[in-house]
Each structure stands twice: as structure tokens, then as C-alpha cells.
Design a binder for this molecule. Sequence first.
Ligand code: ZN
Length: 274
Amino acid sequence: MQLDHVEYEVEGQVGVITLNRPEAANAQNMKVLMELDSAWRRADEDPGVKVIVLRSNGKHFSAGHDMTGSDTVAGKPISDVITTPEGHYDWETRHYLHYAKSWREVPKPSIAAVQGKCIAAGLMLCWPCDLIVAADNAEFSDPVLYMGICGVELHAHTWEFGARKAKEILFTGGSITAEEAREVGMVNKVVPLDELMTSTMALAERIAQQDAFALRMAKRAVNHTLDIQGYTTAIDSIFDMHHFGHTRARVVNDGYPSLAGLSSMKEKGKGEGQ
Ligand code: ZN
């Protein structure tokens, strides 16, 4: 696949995936997601790669899904192609939920390096990684309640933030800092912005000294424990709630997809720097 918005390179035993769309705050359209998935597959399949690092160029890690209408299918806007609730459900299952879940399942350790804002679907890029290193200017938020939806497609909030913090972040649409994210266990370490990559690569190289199969089994052990606790089952069922939100918004607002809350989200963003 031709990579236009994503770079992939191997440094020693570390495969480095770089989201490179800084002019759009690394917003994700379908091409970006497909390119990211292609890079994840290359890192997974390369026997010389033991650890995967996911990073972004620019000020912000990712502003979430691209809401500018840049996505097209056969030259038409997606909203002209996906005209039914079931079509939308199928689309987001295949392209949003599936990617995030499958990146989590890549059997090699992965580390996300996050700087600046990580908004909504931005979380669906870093949460599937095993470890998260955050720059001290990182902020995490999921303000999609303004669209009448219970959160982004991958409901890992409760696991990642803890139940009360998850509710606070969702209810208010506010953000938490890198340090707060570290305190609740979502982020492994917080480092100065200018040390983000050196610190992340040092961690990756240290992990790469371990036996590859032992790393694979250690990752599997933790993920399997989360799954026994209901992680994947909860995510799959809450995805349906997410889609009831989409469908209701479509009916209530007579638009598709409903972006009725987007203006208030943007207004709020001006005030809170989201
Ligand atoms: Zn959605």
C-alpha cells in the first residue's frame, strides 16, 4: 500500500509507525486508518521487529476522526454512500472497532508516544497499545457526548480511566492531563515534551532485550485476564449503544451523520482548548 499519511521504519529491533498528517492535527480519515493498519501488519509480520512504537508528527497526537468530510468512496462523500443505520453500523464495525481491536491483538509489545491533544478517536490509536508514554503537554478527552453518543466506538474508558474518572470525562466532555492520566494508570510515564521520543525508544529497546516469545506470552496473559474480566465483551456490547446514539441523532436531527452537537463541541473547545 502507498503510504501518504503514515511513515514506517525499523530502528534496530523497533518498528516505528508515525502518523504524519500534522497539518490536520493528525485527524483520521479512512486512508489514514488503512495506512496505519498496513503499517501495523508490516511490523507484526517482520521477524526482525520485537517492539512497535506508534507516534505522531506535529503538535498533536490526533484530533480524532476527520470531521471535514474528506472521506469518499468511489469519489462520493461517505454520507452519500452510507444511507442506512445498518450500513453505518457495518462501516464502523469494519473500520473503527475492528482496527482498534486488531491492533491490540498484535502479539508484539507496543508503545504509544503521545503529545499535545489526543481527542476522541485519538484514544482509539493509543489505547490498543500496551504502554503509553505521554509528553507533559498531553491532554486526553472524549467529548462526543455533544453528538448525542456515549463515547467513541471503542469503550475502553472504564478500564483505562477507572469508573468514576470515566464518568467525569464523558459527562463533562473535559480533558485530563498527562499527569492525571498517569495517576489513574492509563499512562505509564510522563516525560518532558522534548524527551518524548528518546524516552520512548529507550523503553522500547529495553523491552526488545527480552525473549520474543516470553514477551508475547506476557502480553497475552494480561490481555487474557482483561478479557476474562469482560473487556472485549463490554466493548462489543457498548459499541451497540454507540450506534443507538448515532441512529437516534439521525432521527432527532434529520441528518446523517448527525453533527448537531459539533458546533457546541467546537464552541466549548475554544473555551477549554480542546
Ligand atoms: Zn461512530
